[in-house]
Design a protein around this ligand. Structure first.
Ligand SMILES: [Zn+2]
Length: 448
């Protein structure tokens, strides 16, 4: 018979709550105790198998959840899934009544080294925040992300924080800090003179938010340097504005991006392009990138081309909404401002063209841990809730070539989360993730 245990495996690890009021000595002790507790919970993965019994299972692929299914986890893998799973003697049971168990959510577009622009302008973050400060924020940000149910995150550039994302990934993988499995891009690549910060004496070397390249050979060298440093993704800016107030224009040539793609693919990595103009998108698609980010200025022709080439699309609608709140005084109520409506229209064009749509919000522009804002924005823009859930799990996994996750299926990683209600009916259920398992280890327990 399985051993029933309380599902209250509430995580006792680091919390971003009032630390300033504690004395250093007590704080040190508290952290050590919390860390020891986390180790006890998390290592080894689980001595015994774990049987999870939610109300229903959304498997990441089927839009209809499976009522009454159970999931058996052994070590870091899912070993059995179905309506009547036989659990070996000594199996722990986690009951999650009323909850939907889903694959760990996958964030497709983040910046763990950025924090919301209404807290500090992007320029100020890049120019005036020391690397250690930015890294401290990143440690907190990845914790919040995991607690929100995102067990994988594709981070698309440190925005001036060099290669520090590689160290954060290592700290997570070594169990030093909690966080999602990270795919990192390190510096990202922009055309020489086409990014920011700007507005200084011409010719002075000003720290930039990405690596500046000029010419295909230069892109090849930059991409190789980034991969050598630990990059999983080569990120390129297909377009950008040259001066504040100007519209975005194509920046990198197709040949420059093709050079970056070739290096990435040879190394078994993926390539992503920031592109908001139709021409920037067209060049990036023909250069062979795996995903296009934003795509706000996409046309039906460009989205058809994406469909033909199998290019994934990360719409980042939540970033569009955040910009409208920060800079246009939008209060969040409908009707949304023109800019948001146009971006939603591009998203619907992409859906209509059959483009593979990724779930990635450009989180960092808005608060880490609120990654679900993009899921809600996609739903608001017209995507059915179940389809949003598929994008946030199996579709993202497929677009990012992650064959070991994104579904609730035997053999895959036991990255599983649960939330009250049914997110395939309304994705706002994802605001309330209260169970998080990554690689068979419980990081956030049930509440009952
Ligand atoms: Zn971004």
């Amino acid at each position: 018979m399985p051993v029933r245990v309380l599902a209250s495996l509430r995580r006792t690890g680091s919390r971003p709550t009032p630390r300033a009021r504690m004395t250093p000595t007590f704080e040190t002790f508290r952290r050590l105790a919390a860390f020891a507790a986390l180790l006890l919970l998390a290592l080894p993965a689980n001595a015994q198998p774990v049987l999870i019994r939610p109300a229903r299972v959304f498997d990441g692929v089927d839009p209809t959840p499976h009522s009454g299914w159970q999931v058996l986890v052994d070590g870091d893998r899912i070993v059995a899934v179905g309506p009547s799973v036989t659990a070996p003697t000594g199996t722990q049971i986690v009951d999650l009544p009323g909850e939907t168990l889903t694959p760990g959510l996958i964030e497709g577009h983040s910046h763990i080294f950025l924090h919301p622009y209404n807290e500090a302008k992007w320029d100020d973050q890049v120019l005036h925040e020391p690397l250690a400060l930015r890294t401290a924020r990143a440690v907190v940000n990845v914790d919040k992300t995991l607690m929100a149910g995102f067990t994988t995150e594709r981070d698309l550039g440190t925005e001036g924080a060099g290669y520090a994302d590689v160290g954060i990934r290592q700290a997570i993988d070594q169990g030093i800090i909690p966080g999602p499995r990270l795919l990192v891009a390190t510096k990202a690549n922009v055309a020489l003179g086409a990014y920011a910060p700007k507005g200084f004496e011409p010719g002075l070397a000003i720290p930039q938010g990405a690596e500046e390249v000029s010419g295909p050979d230069d892109m090849t060298r930059a991409a190789r340097r980034q991969i050598a440093a630990g990059a999983d993704v080569i990120k390129m800016y297909a377009d950008y504005h040259y001066q504040p107030g100007e519209p975005s224009r194509p920046t990198l040539t197709q040949a420059e991006m093709a050079a970056g793609v070739a290096v990435a693919h040879d190394a078994g990595r993926i390539a992503a392009a920031h592109a908001t103009t139709a021409e920037g998108m067209r060049r990036a698609i023909l250069a062979g990138v795996d995903t296009i980010e934003h795509g706000y200025g996409g046309t039906p022709e460009v989205f058809r081309l994406m469909h033909e080439h199998g290019t994934g699309y990360c719409p980042t609608l939540a970033a569009s909404e955040a910009y409208a709140r920060y800079f246009a005084g939008w209060n969040g109520r409908e009707p949304a401002p023109e800019s948001v409506q146009q971006d939603r229209a591009a998203f619907r064009m992409a859906m209509k063209a059959g483009v593979q749509i990724c779930m990635g919000g450009d989180v960092g522009v808005f608060s880490h841990g609120q990654n679900w804002l993009e899921m809600e924005a996609m739903q608001r823009a017209g995507m059915p809730a179940a389809d949003v859930m598929i994008s946030a799990t199996s579709r993202n996994a497929r677009i990012f070539h992650l064959t070991d996750r994104g579904e609730v299926r035997p053999g895959l990683l036991a990255d599983l989360v649960a939330m009250p209600g049914d997110p395939t009916k309304d994705v706002s259920a994802a605001e309330h993730v209260d169970f998080v398992m990554k690689g068979g280890k419980v990081f956030k327990g049930g509440t009952r």
